[in-house]
Design a protein around this ligand. Structure first.
Ligand SMILES: [Zn+2]
Length: 171
């Protein structure tokens, strides 16, 4: 079976040139997981910072979808599959779509193995910690629904749950 990564490579959608890694012509970075864990720990201790991370992630994924749609004419339903594949390929974890309602502009996602599972033993003061990831889902979902939506995490692997759950709905 041809994997998603193979397909990207075959279509020249995943490129490494002049020290730049890009997916669909948009630059990405491979960063150590510790950087994400540090972002989470800082976010948990500082609501303003947490909101800023949420907002920047939301904007970033929304922009990614917008550019991709403009260049390649990708329809919303195809974008859902693409984003799920990208989430896995980028190593964040296994993203599962539980429910998606285009009319109500609502969705539920389960995400296994986010890096925050490493924070289970830490006393962070909060047990639901993946606000940055909620931001990414909110950005993708806002583009897919064609309307501004937000995502809220309702359970978390950092709290010992088997997956994180995110609920997307209108602002
Ligand atoms: Zn979580």
């Amino acid at each position: 079976m041809v994997s998603f990564v193979d397909k990207l490579l075959l279509g020249r959608e995943l490129k490494f040139e002049e020290g730049r890694l890009s997916i669909f012509d948009q630059r990405v970075l491979i960063v150590p997981v510790e950087l994400i864990l540090l972002l989470i720990e800082k976010s948990v201790a500082d609501e303003k910072f947490e909101q800023a991370i949420y907002d920047v992630m939301k904007k970033s994924v929304y922009g990614f979808c917008q550019t991709l749609a403009k260049r390649r004419g990708i329809e919303p339903k195809k974008m859902v599959d693409l984003l799920i594949n990208l989430a896995e390929m980028n190593g964040y974890g296994k993203l599962q779509l539980i429910n998606l309602d285009y009319d109500k502009k609502q969705a539920i996602f389960h995400m296994r193995s986010l890096p925050s599972e490493a924070l289970l033993e830490k006393k962070l003061g909060k047990r639901i910690v993946d606000r940055y990831w909620a931001g990414m889902l909110a950005g993708g979902a806002s583009w897919i629904f064609g309307e501004d939506v937000d995502a809220v995490e309702t359970r978390c692997v950092a709290d010992g749950k088997e997956s994180c759950e995110f609920v997307v709905r209108k602002v």
